[in-house]
Write a protein that binds this ligand. Structure first.
Ligand code: FAD
Length: 432
């Protein structure tokens, strides 16, 4: 008899809620991971930095597990098939895993729950990737918040030691199922290529966090944590991070609350993750959707240096600074009047820290159609943004070295004209 722990976006052995409960249970715990073909088969690129990141994280866990006499068992299949195989191979009593709030994940877990039930196997799931989830922070009338500031106030009021406490899995490592190592499949064998990508380290830099509120808006300096990808795949614990944030910097803590907020929004309003604006009236905007302009935006050839620098950083590294994400997203939706969903999809393909809830929430915010979005008539001026946040052009010059040369494109659109055009177009949709 065994129990199973199923890793998904929580790729760590330490301070992992579901794993802790699994290890404390009655039976030896077989840890598994599924390279889900439903997801992987849809990725357009065979050289995907995220798949490389996951693969690296699994190999690292495999190493740690081998030290306990255990091994990770990895599958390359649909989750349902993987569980069918497992049920043939082992006598399974219970399966443990952590919550995932995305629409696809909810359907997947629903199907697995049904399968397990048919086989008399218990299925236990836990909160792990956020501090507060679902209905834990709601308005006094029990309805979900749709505005951030009151949500964050309630979030902070509800916070106490209990929610930040680490799950000390190490105490129970002896309960991992003992067997010889089963190698993690190579990237090649699951249809992917090595990307040679380098990833930000998972260490928490106290100095960066301490000065976060002062330095986070300047893309030329290392003023943010770069922990996005680690939070995305759970190679760092959000509890540990939030705990340090409460001691070091309230602005940084606020960003972690935004992360919880968008997961909560996606949970309560799953339509936002299925191509719909949070505010339905914004789905009547007449986008121009010029493909050639979209291609110039993607490639970083709009003739707006701050936009181009951001897009080139994204293409080259899989990262873009938050300030520049806001500028490039606003530029696409408002200056070019290209459907924000095109931009959302492009970011989803490229961002190392891509996360449906945060990406969607922030894109809707930038386009004006999200919950608690900036009012639509507030349109970022790329020149003023540059003056404020990259006054020495240090960030821009790093990514657009040909800035003052003839080869640099002339602006794709005139700012004043684009601003007026945007206001008219949005107005038409909203005042129907
Ligand atoms: P830090 O500034 O050090 O912040 C720490 C952590 O807080 C981040 O790693 C992240 O987990 C969280 N966080 C910070 N800002 C936000 C925010 N605005 N919303 C939600 N969580 C936040 N973030 C993603 O994690 N995945 C995405 O796919 C994503 N897409 C975005 C798309 C657009 C158009 C915009 C404007 C923002 C997007 N963000 C996304 C939010 C933010 O830009 C990134 O989280 C941040 O830049 C990551 O860098 P960092 O780890 O250095 O963040």
């Amino acid at each position: 008899h065994i129990n199973i722990f199923w890793f998904r976006r929580d790729l760590r052995l330490h301070d992992n809620a579901g794993l802790y409960h699994a290890l404390k249970s009655n039976n030896p715990v077989l840890p598994i991971f599924i390279f889900d073909t439903n997801i992987l088969d849809q990725l357009p690129q065979k050289a995907d930095r995220r798949v490389t990141f996951i693969h690296d994280a699994l190999k690292q866990m495999q190493q740690q597990l081998s030290e306990t006499g255990s091994t990770l068992q990895a599958f390359h299949d649909t989750p349902l098939n993987a569980f069918k195989l497992l049920a043939q191979q082992y006598t399974i009593e219970q399966v443990f895993t952590n919550h995932d709030y995305e629409p696809y994940a909810r359907e997947r877990d629903e199907a697995i729950a049904q399968f397990l039930q048919q086989h008399n196997i218990a299925f236990h799931t836990y909160k792990d990737q956020v501090i507060f989830e679902k209905e834990e922070v709601v308005k006094d009338d029990g309805k979900p918040y749709t505005v951030f500031t009151p949500y964050s106030r309630k979030w902070k009021a509800a916070l106490n030691e209990f929610y930040l406490k680490s799950y000390s899995t190490e105490k129970y490592f002896y309960n991992f199922y003992q067997q010889s190592i089963k190698p993690v499949p190579t990237l090649k064998s699951i249809g992917f290529e090595e990307t040679g990508a380098s990833f930000p380290s998972a260490t928490f830099d106290n100095n960066i966090i301490q000065e976060y509120d002062q330095r986070r808006d300047f893309p030329a300096i290392a003023g943010t944590s770069r922990l996005g990808v680690h939070l995305r795949f759970g190679t760092i614990s959000v509890r540990q991070l939030a705990k340090q944030a409460t001691q070091l910097n309230d602005t940084f803590l606020n960003e972690l609350i935004w992360r919880d907020f968008f997961q909560m929004i996606l949970w309560h309003f799953p339509h936002v993750g299925k191509g719909k604006a949070f505010k339905a009236e914004y789905d009547f905007i007449q986008w121009r959707n010029k493909e050639d302009e979209f291609a110039r935006w993607c490639a970083g050839n709009t003739g707006y240096p701050i936009v181009d620098a951001g897009m080139r950083e994204l293409n080259a590294t899989g990262f873009m600074h938050n300030r520049v994400r806001m500028i490039t997203a606003s530029f696409l939706a408002k200056h070019l009047l290209i459907d924000w969903r095109w931009g959302e999809a492009y970011f989803a393909e490229k961002l190392l820290d891509f996360d449906l809830a945060s990406n969607n929430g922030n894109w809707q915010w930038a386009a004006g159609c999200g919950c608690d979005a900036a009012p639509y008539f507030r349109i970022f001026n790329p020149h003023l943004q540059t003056k404020k946040f990259d006054p020495q052009l240090a960030y821009i010059r790093q990514w657009v070295p040909e800035l003052n040369e003839l080869t640099y494109p002339t602006p794709i659109v005139d700012h004043e004209m684009a601003r007026k055009r945007c206001l008219e177009t949005y107005k038409k949709a909203l005042e129907r």
